[in-house]
Design a protein around this ligand. Sequence first.
Ligand SMILES: Cc1cc2nc3c(=O)[nH]c(=O)nc-3n(C[C@H](O)[C@H](O)[C@H](O)COP(=O)(O)OP(=O)(O)OC[C@H]3O[C@@H](n4cnc5c(N)ncnc54)[C@H](O)[C@@H]3O)c2cc1C
Length: 465
Amino acid sequence: MIEEHIKEIKKKLGADKVLLGEKIKERYSHIWEINKPLNAKAVVFPSTTQDVSDILTICHEYHQPIVVHGGLTNLTGSTETNVDELVICMEKMNAIEEFDLSSRTITVQSGVILEVIHQEVKKENLLFPMSFGAQGSAQIGGVIATNAGGLRVFRYGMTRNLVLGLEVVLANGTIISSMKKILKDNSGYDLKQLFIGSEGTLGVITKAVLRLQQKPKSRNSAYVAMNNFENVVSFLKFIDQGLAGTLSGYELLWERNYKAMTSPSTGIAKPLPYGYKYYVLIESLGSNHNKDQQKLESLLEEALMNELILDAALAQSIKHIKLFWRIREDVDVLVSQCKNVQNFDVSLPVSEIGAYVDDVFNTLNTIPQVENFFAHGHVADGNIHFLISKNENTTELINKINNIIYRPLTTLGGSVSAEHGIGTHKKPYLKLCRSIEEIQLMQCLKTAMDSRGILNRDKVIDFKK
Ligand SMILES: Cc1cc2nc3c(=O)[nH]c(=O)nc-3n(C[C@H](O)[C@H](O)[C@H](O)COP(=O)(O)OP(=O)(O)OC[C@H]3O[C@@H](n4cnc5c(N)ncnc54)[C@H](O)[C@@H]3O)c2cc1C
């Protein structure tokens, strides 16, 4: 029997925007689990902000818990659902509403895929700098809800720095619209920042004004290798200074990761030989290809002479650059080599990373059920990702590994999530990097903005009435 409030939603939106019964099972809750049927009471597909407001007004009235689905690429369990929950899918809100060349902004609905934004702005020689492996599936609403980071944070900042305006629907259906295109606005609290990174727990994002950059005219990449972590840090300082503001990526791969990504089965030739402990991919975005390449080459020569780095390979063409980046970005290659995978995205002060990762690797090596592990990361941002493969998936083992990765972060002044968010997977560990008072303030905000706890209930923090 269809519940009263679902009938009301159906009546308001139209039957074609509501999925019920067996049809729900044709959907899924994560792009890596498309064979696992979705569990939910109903799935709704709003196509306007008013639709979202109508859905939430009814759900609020009936205390109906909801989960928002964007591109389903999160790595934190945040789009998992149960049979009592209603899913709001944002995929029909996928229009680009305005492209303003003079203010260098684009106004988009939240279901627009990140890569579509890249393609659109590229036509006008502009750049939306947010870039990461899942950009072909992630929606801008999900990117904003998770405050995604990615490959160019060092130069352009997190999503937080790229959003000028936001439209959000609150749990009770109220529409909060602040779609300004201005960079500076100190008129009271910056409310949009509350929703950015809130993982759908404070409101449903329906539209955004994004800040664009002029597209750099040249792109150069190189791999360098070192054997000690002090040189990874010193070379970062050296190359950042030498490139005078054009360094846009500084990605670190440990050797086991570099080897897996360039093994014969991947078809990607290794730019540098095996045998080094660390491989760093650097990228500079500038204005004159030849001059920028010469500059980078001479800096690499200087670093080799000073033994800051032990080896270097400079990409000679766009094809090379793409191959270099596949070695870092094609995480699917690693995932396909993993069983019962656990993903991590911790952050900590850059200088502490080398010793921390050595300790983690040593401890993982003592666990018989751990079959393989990889580490890579946006090291200039202090952000390291681990992928850990195991031959079993008991809760005890999952918790043991979580503790190995997370526990040291408290004394190191790190975070259990640099960019993926908390979702459900990291919720028990939030207290390792946030004080009780901070968590209580988060709960206070949640209760004030969603008094019935219907939005992404029990994700990020516990809902306290
Ligand atoms: C191969 C791969 C590489 C990745 N690399 C990176 C990386 O480098 N950096 C990085 O930061 N992340 C990375 N991620 C994680 C992921 O892609 C991001 O978190 C992404 O921003 C999620 O967007 P999505 O549309 O898929 O959101 P979803 O997964 O659908 O949802 C994520 C969260 O946001 C909420 N949500 C979604 N849409 C809305 C909305 N409109 N309003 C309110 N809440 C909403 C959901 O309820 C959920 O809590 C990677 C993931 C994969 C699979």
